[in-house]
Design a protein around this ligand. Structure first.
Ligand code: ZN
Length: 339
């Protein structure tokens, strides 16, 4: 990789003006669906540039961590600038408005605060340093992606190739600038992300992991014994409420308890207050010998009445919904279908 870059730099040594096409590629699946939780997401990030007028001069590389297309675009611009002759005029054609704006923003303003509040800081910082050290006169031009510009299509291909087979380039925080003398890291990886959001996400993941490892939850997760569609439908329906209505509040706490199988059934009461409930059987079916565990609660013969009234209520509600829906969608057919 280094040799290749040196070769390109040598070939361009005598040029006063150089134009590059750069592109990044970030492909793969970042799935948020729970069912894929056990599959490692596979994301390929690549960066490439090609020199206009010297189409045999190109390079590509592969990146890891912090999958983002802007990051890939920035890395591509950085690689290109590495090969630019000192004090030359450089034109960069990129299809990333985002990358262009980032560079322009930091060429004019470099407060530490601004650095730490932006994503992809390290790559941008490197580009800025490079521009200053090499005294480059840089012009960034936005091209429309996939609009048939031959070199842009070519560099797009190269970036994809880089993502697959390119040399691995990583970002380490190895230098000091006047503005940023320290940089946050997580397990030796620089946090090239909005710092506040990173912390927020990290804590959220911790909470979720703790929840998933609860003994009640872990076993059911392992055996896929959650019916997520129905559970989410229930929870999303009542989230975002402020505890200003007791009906909703009760529904929420009932739902959460039922979901975690923490309804105060006989078995739980016996655990909590053995002094009171030690000899408690099932209240619903009047048996003294049965402990009211979850499975019994679902099948208890004493609750047949309650279950059947629940069933008829649900079917009534469903019938109403169906007739409303049909009357709205198929007013002519509705009476006939509903008969
Ligand atoms: Zn019972």
């Amino acid at each position: 990789m280094l040799l290749k870059l040196i070769h390109i730099a040598n070939a361009l040594r005598t040029q006063n003006e150089v134009s590059y096409y750069t592109d990044g590629s970030c492909e793969g699946q970042i799935s948020t669906a729970l069912r894929s939780i056990r599959h490692q997401p596979k994301i390929n990030i690549g960066a490439a540039f090609i020199v206009e007028g010297f189409e045999e001069l190109f390079a590509f590389a592969k990146l890891h961590d912090w999958a983002s297309s802007t990051r890939a675009e920035l890395a591509a611009i950085f690689l290109a600038l590495l090969t630019a002759p000192p004090s030359s005029s450089v034109t960069i054609y990129s299809d990333s408005q985002c990358a262009i704006q980032l560079i322009q923003k930091f060429l004019s303003n470099q407060s530490t605060r601004a650095w730490l509040k932006t994503s992809n800081t390290l790559w941008t910082m490197r580009i800025i340093t490079l521009i200053r050290e090499k005294h480059l006169n840089l012009e960034l031009i936005k091209v429309k992606g996939h609009s048939g510009i031959a070199l842009n299509e070519r560099v797009d291909q190269l970036a994809k190739e880089g993502a697959e087979t390119g040399y691995n380039i990583s970002t380490f925080f190895t230098f000091n600038s006047n503005h940023v003398r320290y940089f946050p890291h997580f397990q030796n990886i620089p946090i090239e992300h909005k710092f506040r959001r990173f912390i927020h996400t990290a804590f959220q993941i911790k909470a979720e992991a703790e929840w998933a490892l609860l003994s009640r939850i872990e076993e059911r997760l392992e055996n896929h014994r959650f019916w997520w569609t129905a559970s989410w439908a229930f929870f999303t329906n009542i989230t975002g409420f402020r505890c200003n209505r007791s009906v909703k509040h009760r529904l929420w706490s009932y739902g959460v308890k039922a979901f975690h199988r923490l309804l105060p059934l006989g078995s739980l009461l016996t655990q909590r207050r053995p002094d009171l409930y030690k000899t408690l059987g099932c209240v619903s079916c009047g048996s003294d010998f049965i402990t009211e565990i979850w499975d019994h609660f679902i099948n208890c013969p004493g609750l047949i009445q309650a279950r059947s009234s629940l069933y008829s209520q649900i079917s009534r509600v469903f019938q109403n919904l169906l007739s409303k829906f049909l009357t709205k969608k198929q007013p002519n057919m509705a009476p006939w279908i509903l008969r």
